[in-house]
Design a protein around this ligand. Structure first.
Ligand code: ADP
Ligand code: MG
Length: 310
């Protein structure tokens, strides 16, 4: 007999609470959380829909991981520490093998960051996965998109373009060492630790989900400033550099999404204190648009990212 809704939640998604801010988890009408004195609750939600955000045959372990990672990445970009998540699952049918792998990918990442799954909803329909993530940030410490200052240096953490290359590889591009790019595409890690450090010194921050051009574009728009990026400063893996050499597609690391690195702006003075793995790629200025210096030419880029309804 197929598992009931309750059996399914019990078997695949219920585990003891780990984070002391969570007082009541799965099993009642609501979960209960306690917000410590002097903190604010950071709240975000992201949905992944089959055939829009992932392929039909996507590995369920990776899907569980990525679904959680993209939500935790939003907390990271605000400088919040993740505490709890809820999970709304819409499934075409109960496939126990699929659920076992999906929940393992999801909960393995949750456990890594001491994040509790405290509730959710389970319904039948086209495969749709929604997470709400809740995090804590000291009052007035959260980073937003709106406070970039003219003269700020623009930084990114880690490397960019690997997830975009991973997608190209999935679509048939062949490359000598595909593992790193595929890993970045399938199982990105949210920059939680980096976010906590950056919030102490940066002016604005965003996570790179739609590509640096689109996401830095959001900072520029909200802060009412412009930016100049130097292509030669972008932190690119050997594989992405080889891809660009072979195809001429130099814009990949600028416009491909799914990297989930952080892009932040910081005063030159504060930048001297940075201790994390990051690279300065440009500067905030008063031009009201985004330009890239590429092979001694300045190119103005459209900052619009992927739009679901256009
Ligand atoms: P209600 O009818 O009150 O909405 P449900 O029957 O939907 O309750 O859910 C029962 C309990 O299981 C609730 O605590 C809910 O938060 C939790 N829950 C339901 N679906 C999920 C899920 N996919 N993941 C985690 N918890 C879930
Ligand atoms: Mg319900």
């Amino acid at each position: 007999m197929a598992l009931s809704e309750f059996g399914l939640i019990q078997r695949f998604f219920t585990q003891p609470l780990k984070n002391s801010a969570n007082k009541l988890g799965i099993g009642d009408d609501c979960a209960l959380m306690e917000i410590p004195e002097g903190y604010q609750l950071a709240v975000t939600t992201d949905t992944m829909v089959e055939n829009v955000h992932f392929f039909k045959e996507a590995n369920p372990y990776c899907l569980g991981h990525k679904l959680l990672a993209v939500n935790l990445s939003d907390l990271a970009s605000m400088g919040a520490e993740p505490v709890a998540v809820t999970l709304a699952l819409t499934l075409p049918s109960v496939n126990e093998q699929w659920l076992a792998k999906f929940s393992k990918g999801f909960l393995t990442l949750a456990n890594k960051y001491q994040v509790d799954l405290i509730g959710g909803d389970t319904t039948q329909g086209a495969l749709t996965l929604t997470v709400q993530a809740l995090g804590l940030v000291p009052k007035n410490k959260a980073m937003t998109r709106a406070k970039a200052q003219i003269g700020d240096l623009i930084y990114v953490t880690g490397k960019i373009g690997d997830a975009g290359l991973g997608l190209k590889i999935k679509q048939g591009y062949s490359c000598e060492f595909p593992e790193q790019s595929l890993q970045q595409f399938n199982q990105p890690l949210p920059c939680i630790k980096e976010g906590l450090i950056i919030r102490e010194c940066a002016n604005a921050c965003i996570d790179i989900s739609d590509g640096i051009v689109a996401d830095l574009g959001h900072i520029l728009e909200k802060s009412n400033v412009g930016a100049l990026i130097e292509f030669s400063k972008l932190p690119l893996s050997n594989e992405v550099q080889t891809y660009i050499k072979n195809t001429g597609d130099w814009q990949l690391p600028l416009i491909a999404g799914d990297d989930y690195q952080l892009c932040f702006t910081i005063s030159p003075e504060n930048a001297k204190q940075l201790t994390i793995d990051c690279q300065q790629i440009g500067i905030i200025d008063n031009h009201k648009n985004l330009r890239v210096l590429y092979q001694e030419k300045i190119i103005t880029l459209k900052t619009q990212g992927y739009e679901h309804f256009s």
